[in-house]
Design a binder for this molecule. Sequence first.
Ligand SMILES: Nc1nc2c(ncn2[C@@H]2O[C@H](COP(=O)(O)OP(=O)(O)OP(=O)(O)O)[C@@H](O)[C@H]2O)c(=O)[nH]1
Length: 342
Amino acid sequence: MSERIAATIVTGFLGAGKTTLIRHLVEATRDRRLALLINEFGDVGVDGEILRACGDEDCERPHIVELANGCLCCTVAEDFAPAIEALLALDSPPEHVIIETSGLALPKPLVKAFDWPRIRSRLFVDGVVAVVDGPAVAEGRFADDLEALARERADDASLDHDNPLEEVFEDQIACADIIVLNKTDLLDPQEEARVMEILRAGVGRASILRARHGVVDPRVALGLGATIQADLANRPTHHDAEEEHDHDDFESFVLDLAPADDPERLVALLSEVAAAHDVLRMKGFVEVTGKPMRLLVQGVGARFLHHYDRPWKIGEPRASRLVVIGRKGLDRAKVAQRLSGR
Ligand SMILES: Nc1nc2c(ncn2[C@@H]2O[C@H](COP(=O)(O)OP(=O)(O)OP(=O)(O)O)[C@@H](O)[C@H]2O)c(=O)[nH]1
């Protein structure tokens, strides 16, 4: 089996800033091959146009696939799986896929669609990012333009999800690994605190990042830098490329671990440590004692996935190495101590 490719699902109500955030991520990760899969209702092509029209030739770089035939989770066989297969059959297939859902989509069924064998063998869900329209929530609404939202709902014959909007919003929040509280430029401190409170009440253990115009660190949103860093042993030249970036809100470090005897136990511990120290991302490869395959481990907040991605190559150092990303002030010594003391 070829290596599986990570996919990030970006969800959030109409106008919350999904396209703006994705555009930022595309611009901030020019050295990576991204593909975008956009699921829009009604005004087909608009988001794709915005993403293409960066006024910069590099913005042509990602492959953009638009799927307009309704809810992705309801059309897995006809639309979603063939689109993914076509992307992966490209001469240079993407390293990461970003899926923008329609504002009304429930993310959970889409995450479940990844369990389809045709999808599961090629792709895994790296994380679900929910974009929240800060000012709309502060005003007790969920979207900036409720009428447009109602129209979208009415036009969408494939949606028999006729849940109250609150429930769709709550579902999007509940399913997210990372919540981006967007449009903070339009919130005063009291409003921002109130929205934070509403979100915290609904989110469980997801991390909430504040953003203006969707500007979030791609290492956190996509884990892209994390993959590179965790793979340092195999790609020593990337060491040279590590420069000081202006990622002032976050910090990251690489942690070397002993080989794991029991992957389940390791992942449970990682999840516990991530929750205790508000770690946003952990990602890397681990040697499991007695296994010829390397274990890919990746966490977004406290949610972890792991699978054996390929056999260790002959002569390849079997390092167990994770990149850990958190907010500034992350207690590196404590995280290291808890993970090395297993
Ligand atoms: N003031 C302000 N405007 C923003 C911000 N983020 C996005 N916008 C604007 O909000 C509008 C909607 O943003 P989009 O990125 O298109 O939102 P979307 O979630 O993709 O919308 P749909 O695809 O229609 O569901 C656009 O006019 C953006 O320029 C922000 O942080 N602050």
